[in-house]
Design a protein around this ligand. Structure first.
Ligand code: CU
Length: 159
């Protein structure tokens, strides 16, 4: 019986770890890059993650690239009167000892001119390379999922 339980636990572990994934480059950790699954004809896709800077110096996310998109931009949401609008930003600071959150209705990566839609379905992953001013480049895998990672997340990003 005990042996049975151990085998069962070993089988369950990889499934748990697969839902949260993390990457690091220099002093930066990038936690759980994800994207919401959208209808197949959606013109753009957004990607989200949290960057933690464990270092003593500020860094800066300069740009992003992905083989599945012709254009990848850094966007932010801003209030204009009563309307929430989004606009491109040139770069985003990752403060020393702090966090930079990309999430629905906040900073996000916007992918345009989508090429490979087969990777944009629930359960798939696509590569995204982040270019930092000091830490350099790191390629992460963005997990495409139907549900936002936490129930506290804002509703799906609409373009
Ligand atoms: Cu956007």
């Amino acid at each position: 019986m005990l042996k049975h339980l151990i085998v069962l636990a070993a089988l369950l572990l990889p499934a748990c770890f697969a839902t949260a994934h993390e990457y690091s480059v220099g002093e930066l950790q990038i936690a759980h890059p994800w994207s919401q699954e959208l209808p197949p004809n959606a013109p753009t896709v957004a990607a989200y993650f949290v960057i933690h800077n464990a270092g003593q110096a500020d860094d800066r996310l300069l740009s992003v690239t992905s083989p599945i998109a012709g254009i990848a931009q850094l966007h932010e949401h801003v209030m204009q009167g009563d309307l929430m609008k989004m606009q491109q930003v040139a770069s985003v600071e990752v403060p020393a000892g702090g966090e930079l959150t990309f999430a629905p209705m906040a900073y996000h990566v916007m992918l345009l001119e989508l090429k490979d839609r087969s990777l944009l379905r629930d359960g798939q992953r696509f590569p995204l390379t982040l270019h930092f001013e000091k830490a350099g480049n790191v390629t992460v895998e963005v997990a495409v999922q139907k549900q936002a990672p936490s129930a506290s997340e804002a509703p799906q990003h609409a373009h």
